[in-house]
Design a protein around this ligand. Structure first.
Ligand SMILES: NC(=O)C1=CN([C@@H]2O[C@H](COP(=O)(O)OP(=O)(O)OC[C@H]3O[C@@H](n4cnc5c(N)ncnc54)[C@H](O)[C@@H]3O)[C@@H](O)[C@H]2O)C=CC1
Ligand SMILES: O=C(O)C1=N[C@H](C(=O)O)C[C@H](O)C1
Length: 269
């Protein structure tokens, strides 16, 4: 069965890759393309936008009117648009894959509420490599324990609007959970001035925004006499887009619930 995919944020950096990935993946097809009201791409052909040739799918701003045309919505937009799309999918009984980062705690709670009625995949990073790294981080944190200082360093392109990245925060959560810490209480975001000596129980975050960097994350476990670093470097957005399309195909026949990429990839214990 072919999974018909709607793509929100179709003209964005991720949106164009998602159209291409949904078009090139066996068993999926781009069926609806959505953009913000007033966006210059409205009315244009999604395939032409993505550079894969005409698909006969015109970009629209009306998700509700398109509800019968798709099975799963993939959303890589901004938090406010994502929540509006979650509400529309919940009302229409459609599944949704969410890659958007920077959601507030309230927005995440609303999302979890919607997942009682519809299937939702929500993950800050859809690449296989990053999801493997999350498993390695859990192991590293358990083995090295409280004997090391832990720092999360991330670098992204100059257009990114949230910091730290959703992936960096998830990496911090995985490490904190493994060590029995609460990230909200032990995170330190950047340092400046007379900071005093480092507290070993903190987890530090450093953010770089520069040029066209697709996405790089390093978690450093630094002890006395040795240091372990786990690094992931994305060199193409297609790695995220392929993962999101894989998640959409996986989600199409799942019951309502809140899932992540560890579920999609079968990495949950
Ligand atoms: N989970 C993952 O694997 C990844 C997540 N991301 C996240 O995806 C999000 C988007 O990233 P980019 O594509 O780089 O941003 P972008 O700014 O290039 O694209 C976002 C698009 O959403 C559109 N948009 C805004 N409001 C809309 C609405 N109401 N309806 C439909 N479209 C709307 C914008 O016009 C824009 O074209 C960010 O939060 C980013 O952190 C990015 C890459 C990978
Ligand atoms: O905005 C981006 O580009 C990316 N955002 C995601 C995040 O915030 O973790 C994932 C990826 O690193 C690219």
């Amino acid at each position: 069965m072919t999974t018909r995919i709607a793509i929100a944020g179709a003209a964005g950096r991720m949106g164009r890759h998602l159209i291409e990935a949904a078009h090139n993946t066996e068993g999926t097809q781009p069926a609806v393309a959505l953009e913000a009201p007033g966006h210059p791409s409205l009315g244009s052909d999604a395939g032409v936008l993505a550079g894969v040739g005409e698909l006969g799918v015109n970009v629209t701003d009306d998700l509700v009117a398109q509800a019968e045309r798709f099975d799963v919505l993939i959303d890589f937009t901004i938090p406010e648009a994502t929540l509006a799309n979650v509400r529309a999918c919940r009302a229409a009984g459609r599944a949704i894959v969410i890659g958007t980062t920077g959601l507030s705690d309230d927005q995440k709670s609303e999302l979890a509420g919607a997942a009682r009625d519809i299937p939702v995949v929500f993950a800050p990073n859809m690449s296989v490599g990053v999801n493997l790294c999350l498993k390695l981080l859990d192991l590293a944190a358990r083995v090295l324990g409280d004997t090391v200082d832990i720092e999360v360093i991330e670098a992204h392109h100059r257009h990114k609007i949230d910091a730290p990245s959703g992936t960096a925060l998830r990496m911090g959560e995985v490490v904190a959970e493994a060590l029995g810490r609460d990230l909200k209480e032990c995170a330190v975001y950047g340092r400046e001035g007379r900071t005093g000596e480092r507290d070993r129980r903190t987890i530090g975050f450093e953010t770089i925004r520069a040029g066209d960097i697709v996405g790089e994350h390093t978690v450093m476990f630094a002890g006395e006499g040795e240091r372990v670093e786990i690094t992931h470097k994305a060199s193409s957005r297609m790695t995220f887009a392929s993962g999101a399309v894989r998640a959409a195909a996986w989600l199409a026949d799942r019951p309502a619930g809140l899932y992540d990429m560890q579920d999609v990839l079968g990495l949950k214990d």
